[in-house]
Design a protein around this ligand. Sequence first.
Ligand code: C2O
Length: 548
Amino acid sequence: GITRHYKFDIGLKNVTRLCHTRSIVTVNGQFPGPRIVAREGDRVVVKVINHIKDNITIHWHGIRQLQSGWADGPAYVTQCPIQTGQVYVYNFTITGQRGTLFWHAHISWLRATVYGPIIILPEHNVPYPFVKPHKEIPIIFGEWFNTDPEAIIKQALQTGGGPNVSDAYTINGLPGPLYNCSAKDTFRLKVKPGKTYLLRFINAALNDELFFSIANHTLTVVDADAVYVKPFNTTTLLITPGQTTNVLLHTKPYYPNANFLMAARPYVTGQGTFDNSTTAGILEYESPSDVTQNIKKLPLFKPTLPTLNDTSFATNFTKRFRSLASPQFPANVPKTVTHRFFFTVGLGTNPCPKNHSCQGPNGSMFAASVNNVSFALPTTALLQAHFLRQSYKVYTADFPYEPTSPFNYTGNPPNNTNVSNGTKLVVLPFNASVELVMQDTSILGAESHPLHLHGFNFFVVGMGFGNYNPSKDPAKFNLLDPVERNTIGVPAGGWVAIRFQADNPGVWFMHCHLEVHTSWGLKMAWAVLDGDLPNQKLSPPPSDLPKC
Ligand code: C2O
């Protein structure tokens, strides 16, 4: 591989959407941010310079970061933030991944505007395991806020209050024609008849899983989270925040004399509806004689999307993803397990601190937790403490392997909603084979939780509704061709079982990729000890690693 150099200048820029102009945080003045393009095996070096008054870090979401934990980016987990005027160089090699990932700010809610695609091409002269596309187009979903999202979250955390609401969803930064004052901010995908396009979808939205569809066109899914999957056809995608999906779009063999709306809107299981309407773009066939389009106003066909709470579509779609599990692209699922975990994930409550006006149930503060631990980030970086053997100052190694009191969320009002704050980690020996079942507790609002793991891909070996049954469900696990990814939705009122090999020393964050849930504490971290293979050691921190 080669080394690819990028420079990210973090600065403010005035951007107008929905007739509101806001000064937003950007990279190089771009919104969405610049693309990173690399081949599998390349080294990527990104020099980040912070010109704003807030602290920042950048996370390379889904990049395995083998032995390069210092470049992972979550604030107070692998690094202290880059302060005003400071520079930090992220340096990592892309190993064994090909497809689409993305980068985003990983501190507070700055990722609302600070995000962009990572395109990973196969090595030179290595073809895709599918037809060679005529063109490749990244399509990145986001959210637009007419007011400052940082102010929204600050207020929400201070009052212990309800969910944020953005003002629009966006496609490549554009809300599209279905919103007021937005027709000119519409993403247009221009295609030719009879060709295959590779669309690289990314959900960078803060708080919503999204359905997506293009009128009168079928999509062939070929890759998820930068791992090839067995191809399958669908008219609608579901994509959770933190997930990426590559699809092939075969255009019609003739010039269709119509345009086609593409649209995305949320999948929300709970009643707390965050539906801020629908973002849309337009698929346009470039006319053979360009005159046609200008003279004729072409009809616009519209897609149908599943309803807001269509869990059966969501579940069936999620279950269709399978690894190629071929000799060239094997699924290396851990067959035996050395460390077994059962985590409850969901919302809960904290006592309301004095002098706050808390908006949670019975005057409490909203919280979110894993095994009733609402994770508190330290004021220094976990990885540094771990590396310097000073963990005792920063965290404890007693994160519960299962809920401390028996799992019982069935009462009305539900039991076990009380959570306590803690900075607790699971410490794993190098190369542990981990099985983790995550059970949604479905209390205080029933939403799926897109759980994202840093530092590893995992295999999704099982999934179901109701309570996980440890004596029956494991018999049904798929150990042959389970999908391999970095983010999976734990269904509302259901569970997901994953397996991964802890072959990457360091400290690795795991959290719900709904930003509001992360802020409330639905997060935890794994420390993986150094291996005895010499090339598995975590190297010392780079000299420019920011200090707290
Ligand atoms: Cu894309 Cu820790 O997140």
